[in-house]
Design a protein around this ligand. Structure first.
Ligand SMILES: Cc1cc2nc3c(=O)[nH]c(=O)nc-3n(C[C@H](O)[C@H](O)[C@H](O)COP(=O)(O)OP(=O)(O)OC[C@H]3O[C@@H](n4cnc5c(N)ncnc54)[C@H](O)[C@@H]3O)c2cc1C
Length: 341
């Protein structure tokens, strides 16, 4: 096969950012391979809200049509978040001034991954490949990096893109740190749930969540809410920050995602108004995420020809559901650089 450039790109990590990058580079005639630690592509069964910046990045990458073919609605139509108090009275707080074309999209995550994976030549995907380190080739003339995998194999590539998420291994090569001290527990947990709109209406909730994203704001807590599947399903990400937890508290990796009860939610949001309580009463066994961030932010996202994209570069609190959008902007920039004539 002939390629348009004389370098090989290895992408480590097949989440949304790694996959989007692979599709674009492949279409541009670049020699690219993607290495994913899992045995298949997978995303959790939750929604993801893409803001107008994410939609613009998808447009640039030529991915919007394929994503929309897997999504409902069939075009971006959500405005940015509308802010309402979570406390009794549910006062209106703020609405962004936006241009009519500033539209976003709520989508089910597995559909997003399916759309991207469907665009990739399977021969460039390598599953069960957990990167453990990236080193420089002994022979400087080769100019390549060597990617080492947990199964003892290695691969060489001139460009390595770390798209391996917040617990990135590639980040160590960029920062030259040999531990993961930059990933800190934010003392915030996020409970995730999806509910049919019908159930919400039946419970007597008055705020209309079927069309636009909302942010119900309380004290050290807030709930981001957005419609997916043509507004038939409403996605909730419920944030609670416990400032009594000492800063620097560590959560073992195995406990980053656990499950919780309706009772726990109701207790945490006890000071909130009736709309919030009606919603939380409907949520059974939400998943509970210990939110971590890369903190302080990295001073640089690349070292030589090894670069980071997505959460590997800037994992942050998803308070306004912006991580994918920011990651797709990284993908756009790195793709523009790598395909520059
Ligand atoms: C509760 C919650 C709600 C959120 N809601 C939103 C939202 O509504 N909108 C939004 O834009 N963002 C949201 N985010 C943030 C968003 O999920 C992330 O920013 C985004 O998924 C990051 O994508 P990524 O491709 O960089 O990393 P990931 O999705 O983490 O993908 C990393 C991939 O790399 C693989 N991998 C990891 N280590 C290795 C290794 N050593 N070798 C090989 N492969 C490896 C993993 O298996 C995975 O497939 C939310 C986050 C949370 C926690």
């Amino acid at each position: 096969m002939s390629f348009n450039k004389d370098f090989r790109v290895a992408i480590v990590g097949g989440g949304i950012c790694g996959l989007a990058c692979a599709v674009y580079l492949l279409r541009a005639g670049i020699h690219v391979d993607l290495f994913e630690s899992a045995s298949r592509f997978k995303e959790i069964g939750a929604g993801v809200e893409l803001g107008p910046n994410a939609v613009r990045a998808l447009d640039f990458l030529g991915l919007t049509e394929a994503i929309l073919a897997h999504a409902s609605p069939s075009k971006p139509e959500t405005r940015p978040f509308r802010f309402i108090s979570a406390l009794a009275g549910h006062q209106f707080i703020h609405d962004y001034e936006t241009l009519p074309e500033d539209l976003g999209l709520g989508i089910h995550r597995p559909a997003f991954i399916d759309a991207l994976a469907g665009l990739i030549d399977p021969s460039i995907i390598h599953f069960n490949k957990r990167c453990v380190s990236v080193t420089k080739h002994d022979d400087p003339g080769r100019g390549a990096s060597i990617i080492h995998f947990a199964d003892g194999t290695t691969v060489e590539a001139e460009v390595v893109l770390g798209a391996d998420g917040i617990r990135s291994t590639v980040r160590r090569t960029v920062t030259e740190q040999h531990d993961a001290t930059r990933v800190v527990f934010t003392r915030t947990v996020a409970y995730r749930a999806m509910l049919p709109l019908e159930d919400i209406l039946q419970a007597g909730v008055q705020i209309d969540f079927s069309r636009w994203p909302h942010n119900l704001v309380g004290v050290n807590k807030h709930i981001i809410i957005f419609p997916i599947k043509n507004g038939k399903i409403i996605n909730f990400v419920i944030f609670y920050t416990d400032k009594s937890i000492p800063e620097g508290t560590e959560i073992p990796g195995s406990q980053w995602v656990t499950s919780a009860s309706t009772q726990e939610l109701l207790e945490a949001f006890d000071d909130c108004g009736p709309e919030v309580k009606k919603i939380l009463s409907l949520i059974e066994k939400p998943s509970k995420w210990a939110i971590h961030s890369v903190d302080p932010p990295l001073e640089k996202f690349s070292r030589g020809s090894v670069a980071l994209i997505g959460d590997a570069a800037h994992g942050m609190c998803p308070h306004l559901g912006a991580g994918v959008g920011q990651g797709l902007e990284d993908v756009r920039v790195i793709c523009e650089l790598l395909t520059h004539p």
